[in-house]
Design a protein around this ligand. Structure first.
Ligand SMILES: Cc1cc2nc3c(=O)[nH]c(=O)nc-3n(C[C@H](O)[C@H](O)[C@H](O)COP(=O)(O)OP(=O)(O)OC[C@H]3O[C@@H](n4cnc5c(N)ncnc54)[C@H](O)[C@@H]3O)c2cc1C
Length: 431
């Protein structure tokens, strides 16, 4: 590894943590019992807890690590209300009405999270910046044009196409052949958003405990008994909010979640004119490759925050920095001299049908598997799950109870990842 790519103060941890370190909880001990125990302190868990505690249920949230240690304090801060499958693909599997309802609900989630941040007065650099979704080949741009012009009525995206001659208005890169601006998408600082949620869960009366891994969950006549690293706790209801970090405490869920590492880096502070010229409209950016690439300016406008998947196997964040930087330079050769100050990774929770899932089995609730678009979906699903745990009528959404698939012999270790990534790389080269 060429050490000269790193700044002297390089850290193998999220850029966001400089400004918002992981919170030190007020509580070190676990109570004996609660109406609701929530496993996982990311956006899903905190949003669910906020609703159950405000609704009058005693609520305990536990995390195996520091609070917000999972994806919720390490993501790219790109807020979209999108599910991965297209309307066509969903209609084939679930019928046109259900397909429509699923996509419409994801859009509702996007509107909801903006309204929620506003209503709660959360200061997390939330901005309606819009997304530029760039086409990495002429063929992909042709597909984008065709799809944009034949959108399903009622599910239209508010946006416009950008052809190759105008591309530098959006990204100053020789890499792309056109793209689509989607106006509704937004950006935020993920760790500040998480911190604000945490503070509101405390104010609502939640008991939040870190370094408290749930090791087993046993159902009994009155509810559940949870064995944790800090002792036993009884719960009337349990909410599983572990997504890409789902483990052996919930084997049924572990068999349905595919943890896939996503890797990010932050550049050093750039010359302000250079930074501005790279993404002139300060949008969040992604591109049409199957191997997802996403980037943006930092909220202060001084750095590029760049994310992608750059290795067949999972690797450590210091080793990922080199290949990630090379990928960044393919798009922005102007950054050849920019040092890397931070490099990090996290496990995104994917699912076999590429949809997020939520549901309940006799008091055991879950929401997970946001497939990389989890900021607004996990917040909204957590909120809805909290309402469902409270027994609020009409709290269910179209994704509730969709068949949550697994595959024969799959136990949570995605051995097929390497070959899939190889296949996607080849597809991206020729498509
Ligand atoms: C690098 C990266 C970039 C991303 N970029 C974006 C983006 O730009 N836009 C977007 O929308 N989404 C993005 N995502 C995805 C998004 O961050 C997640 O979908 C979302 O944060 C999921 O929230 P969550 O609360 O469900 O799970 P998490 O935030 O992952 O929280 C799960 C928690 O469960 C805890 N846990 C697991 N097992 C146990 C146990 N047995 N006992 C106790 N606790 C346990 C873990 O320690 C963890 O803290 C990104 C993800 C990564 C990794």
């Amino acid at each position: 590894m060429d050490q000269s790519i790193f700044s002297a103060d390089f850290k193998p941890e999220p850029y966001w943590w400089d400004r918002t370190p992981r919170p030190v909880p007020l509580e070190a001990t676990l109570p004996d019992q609660a109406d609701v125990v929530i496993v996982g302190s990311g956006y899903t868990g905190l949003n669910a807890g906020l609703v159950t505690a405000r609704g009058g249920l005693s609520t305990v949230i536990v995390d195996a690590e520091q609070l917000g240690w999972g994806c919720s304090s390490r993501n790219g801060g790109q807020v979209s209300g999108e599910v991965k499958p297209s309307y066509k693909a969903l209609a084939r599997l679930h019928g046109p009405a259900q397909a429509y309802a699923i996509i419409a609900e994801a859009r509702t989630a996007l509107q909801w999270v903006g309204d929620f941040i506003n209503k709660e007065g959360i200061d997390c650099d939330y901005r309606h910046c819009g997304r530029f979704h760039a086409a990495h080949s002429a063929q992909q741009y042709a597909t984008q044009k065709q799809e944009f012009k034949s959108q399903v009525k009622g599910l239209e995206r508010d946006g416009h196409l950008v052809d190759e001659t105008q591309i530098r208005n959006e990204v100053d890169s020789p890499f792309y052949h056109g793209g689509l601006v989607i106006n509704q998408h937004a950006s935020l600082d993920p760790a500040r958003y998480h911190q604000a949620l945490y503070e509101r869960t405390l104010a609502s009366g939640c008991h939040v405990v870190d370094n408290c891994r749930v090791e087993n969950i046993v159902r009994n006549a009155d509810g559940f008994n949870l064995g944790t690293a800090k002792g036993q706790i009884r719960a009337g209801k349990v909410i599983i909010a572990t997504s890409g970090y789902t483990g052996s405490a919930t084997p049924w869920h572990q068999r349905r979640i595919i943890p896939i590492g996503s890797y990010m880096l932050a550049t050093e502070m750039l010359d302000p004119d250079l930074a501005r010229s790279l993404i002139p409209n300060d949008r969040v950016v992604s591109d049409t490759r199957k191997l997802v690439v996403y980037y943006r300016l930092s909220p202060d406008g001084h750095r590029i925050l760049f994310g992608a998947r750059v290795s067949y196997k999972e690797t450590d964040p210091t080793s990922s920095a080199g290949p990630l930087r090379l990928e960044m330079l393919r798009i922005f050769p102007q950054l050849a001299d920019a040092k890397i100050t931070h490099s990090w990774m996290g496990f995104v929770g994917y699912t076999f049908d590429k949809l997020p899932h939520l549901g309940e089995d006799n008091g055991l609730f879950y929401a997970m598997g946001y497939c990389g678009s989890g900021i607004c979906l996990s917040s909204y699903f957590g909120h809805r799950l909290g309402q469902q745990a409270l027994g609020i009528p009409d709290a269910k959404i179209p994704m509730n109870g969709l068949r949550f698939e697994t595959r024969p012999f799959y136990r949570g270790n995605p051995w097929f990842l390497g070959p899939t990534i190889r296949y996607y790389q080849i597809r991206d080269r020729f498509n």
